[in-house]
Design a protein around this ligand. Structure first.
Ligand code: ADP
Ligand code: MG
Length: 272
């Protein structure tokens, strides 16, 4: 944990400049949490909000890659560690910026990961932010628990699922987790819901349909919207450019924009 280790402030002081903290979680991996974090954050940054992203995925940090800033480094500033400034001026913190290479695995047990997350909150010079998005690893283990503990009262959680039943089962766990730790659930997002073939215009429901909305209803939580499958999403992610910036005029960008604005409004912002 090079460079870390001095507790110069209380956690309250460390995050007092952050207006809203939004956790992006799901029971499962590979459902698009990181893609959604990056693009919700980008939509709000494009609207003029000051936005930060904390990559709380200690074992599989992928925020830097999706933002085209892997290989960047964080440095010790006057008060704490300074986040890396990414696209659209977003302030980004990830363990990736502390590793010798992006192939270096982090082989840590729970307590060390919790310690790292604590440092990510207490010893980072976050400054003034309208929104801090936290990209969580799958599941309900050490990282989400530590984030909730350290952020004290996160503003809310966005729960990501895909339409399959397998994903629905685990999303229930994320909902129950958020309730148990008393984080308000902003709503469920269904990702990868349907692919419209560019040649024929026909839509194929590759992973099924409506599962996200159904689970939202069954669990009595808001449904925020669905985002279609689009191969250009994977391409933009690999290129390290936020999809909403690279492909502004697409159904997926429209869907993400609506979801981001809904979230901002739920948190009391006058966004449109
Ligand atoms: N709607 C989508 N259409 C096409 N590809 C997507 C979509 N959502 C996510 N992806 C891609 O799927 C992969 C997994 O997404 P990721 O955000 O890393 O998932 P998670 O963080 O939940 O593990 C990434 O390569 C991402 O670009
Ligand atoms: Mg991820």
């Amino acid at each position: 944990m090079s460079g870390f280790g001095f507790e110069v402030r209380s956690p309250e002081e460390a995050i007092e400049g952050i207006k809203h903290t939004v956790l992006v979680m799901s029971g499962k991996g590979g459902v698009g949490k990181t893609f959604i974090t990056v693009n919700l954050a980008s939509v709000l940054a494009l609207k003029g909000y000051s936005v930060g992203i904390m990559d709380a995925d200690i074992h599989g940090p992928s925020i830097p890659k999706m933002l085209g800033i892997s290989g960047s480094r964080m440095y010790q500033g006057e008060i704490g560690i300074t986040p890396v400034v990414g696209p659209l001026g977003m302030r980004v913190v990830s363990i990736d910026f502390l590793l010798p290479t992006s192939d270096t695995p982090v082989i840590w047990r729970g307590p060390l990961k919790s310690r790292m997350i604590k440092e990510f909150i207490n010893n980072i010079e976050w400054g003034e932010l309208d929104f801090l998005f936290v990209d969580l690893p799958p599941g309900t283990g050490d990282e989400p628990l530590s984030v909730v503990q350290e952020l004290r009262k996160p503003s809310g959680a966005v729960i990501v699922t895909i339409p399959t039943e397998v994903s629905q089962i685990v999303v229930r766990k994320a909902v129950v987790f958020a309730r148990q730790v008393k984080v308000p659930i902003l709503g469920i997002v269904e990702n990868m819901s349907g692919f419209t073939c560019p040649d024929t215009g026909k839509t194929y429901m590759i992973f099924g349909a409506g599962g996200g909305e159904a689970i939202a209803k069954a669990m009595n939580v808001p449904f925020l919207g669905s985002i279609p499958l689009d191969p250009r999403i994977a391409e933009a992610s690999d290129k390290g450019v936020p999809f909403v910036v690279m492909w502004p005029d697409t159904p997926a960008t429209k869907a993400i924009t609506n979801i981001a604005l809904k979230i901002a409004k739920k948190l009391g912002e006058n966004a449109d």
